[in-house]
Write a protein that binds this ligand. Structure first.
Ligand SMILES: [Zn+2]
Length: 427
């Protein structure tokens, strides 16, 4: 689906709805704009309910400054305009006050996007714009000065954040990824701090060879289509449940033998369709399609673990606090956590690129989940539902562990009780 063919009004209403329903803007805060091919700027209206925005509410500001619409343009329109004037490569701007990024803005800090490769790739280095009165030309200058230096993501001092993109969907991925980055860092601070990657480690990750030979012809059988639908449904559900964001995450399912289906690379996870999913047969990728960068890792896991039929690797903000702090993820907290997650080992960053033997051996029926440091959580299972449930339990458990640090010392379930759980549920 080419979302760029939607009218700017529809694109803006669609993305504002996503931002609002995902808790990244309040009813009154935040604004979005698109610059179209003729140079008109389409922008959200000022002081209007963001939870009920429809395409007809969007205002068009023409190049000569006149506007068309049933409302006034956003009071923050001056800085949107100032950014477009200095950055011909940007055609969409999103501004809001999402909670984790506002936390950074009010302690006057910038989130470190080197925590995982994707946060660096999507957000780049983050700029910082000094405080100015909302709606003023001075605020426009404060922000556009930073964009002029080449930054695409900016923290606004004591205010919020603003990001730009070549189109609105890319801007949204950047916005959502930056809030995820800020949230993961805040969560990791509750665990005692985080460790980030060097630029060299990220460059090595980005330059890895992940291509597979292309298949000559493709047959879509009924059971293949069934898996396709299952992957599609659970990617949607993972995004809805805050277990996956639009820029990260891979889901695959074993099809026949060691053949499998896997989500594509680069595409916005929130808008993946059935036909975007890639078939991998006899080690070849479906003609004309490019699988996730994790394809060789998933392939190696299926080849070495006949019991595993589904793999999800993703970055939920609670589990990733462990992924970047490298603190032990204690699963002996409540019976549900231990029964579903068992013990969770760490895999060193880099082993998932080079050591394709090391990772498949780290996961098994006995160890269904592993955390790849500064990358993702790798969850496996016999079925999609079992794998997804594990992922959800892992994220809930991580959130509880993080919040418990504010209350007191964790008291784990004792050895004897664990033995009883193993005997009753895991044998
Ligand atoms: Zn604002």
């Amino acid at each position: 689906m080419n979302l760029e063919l939607l009218h700017p009004r529809n694109r803006i209403a669609m993305i504002m709805d996503l931002i609002y329903t995902n808790g990244m803007t309040t009813t009154s805060g935040g604004n979005i704009s698109i610059r179209d091919e003729e140079g008109n700027i389409w922008v959200t209206p000022g002081g209007y309910d963001k939870g009920n925005l429809t395409p007809k509410d969007i205002v068009c500001v023409r190049k000569d400054g006149t506007f068309e619409g049933i409302h006034q343009p956003s009071s923050e329109f001056p800085f949107h305009k100032a950014i477009y004037e200095l950055r011909p490569d940007l055609n969409a701007v999103i501004h809001a006050h999402p909670p984790a990024l506002v936390s950074f803005s009010i302690v006057r800090q910038i989130p470190d996007t080197n925590i995982i490769p994707q946060t660096k790739k999507f957000c780049g280095p983050v700029g910082y714009a000094p405080y100015k009165l909302p709606g003023s030309d001075e605020l426009g200058k404060s922000i556009s000065d930073i964009f002029e230096k080449g930054y695409n993501s900016v923290i606004m001092e004591n205010h919020g954040t603003v990001v730009g993109g070549s189109n609105l969907f890319r801007a949204f991925q950047r916005f959502e990824t930056l809030e995820f980055c800020a949230r993961s860092i805040i969560n990791s601070q509750k665990l005692g701090g985080y460790q980030s990657l060097t630029d060299e480690q990220i460059a090595a990750f980005e330059s890895q060879d992940v291509d597979l030979p292309e298949s000559e012809e493709v047959v879509h059988t009924t059971d293949e289509k069934e898996l396709r639908h299952e992957i599609y449904s659970f990617v949607k559900r993972a995004c809805k449940q805050n277990l996956m964001i639009s820029s990260h995450g891979t889901v695959s399912m074993r099809w026949r033998g060691n053949d499998f289906l896997i989500t594509p690379t680069s595409l916005n996870r929130r808008f993946i369709g059935h036909s975007d999913i890639v078939q991998i047969k006899d080690g070849r990728r479906e003609k004309g399609k490019f699988p996730s960068k994790a394809v060789k890792l998933h392939q190696a896991i299926y080849e070495q673990n006949p019991d595993i039929h589904c793999i999800i690797n993703t970055q939920p903000p609670g589990v990733m606090a462990f992924g970047i702090s490298h603190k032990v993820f204690e699963t002996r907290t409540i019976p549900e956590s231990y029964i579903l997650l068992k013990d969770i080992p760490f895999i060193e960053f880099g082993d998932h690129l080079n050591g394709l033997d090391a990772v498949p051996q780290a996961v098994s029926k006995e160890t269904p989940i592993a955390i790849i440091k500064n990358d993702s959580v790798l969850v496996t299972g016999k079925t999609m539902l079992e794998t997804f449930d594990r992922l959800e339990v892992a994220e809930f458990s991580a959130q509880s562990l993080i919040e418990s640090t504010m209350l007191g010392d964790l008291v784990a379930i004792g050895e004897e009780e664990i033995d009883d759980l193993v005997n009753k549920f895991l044998k």
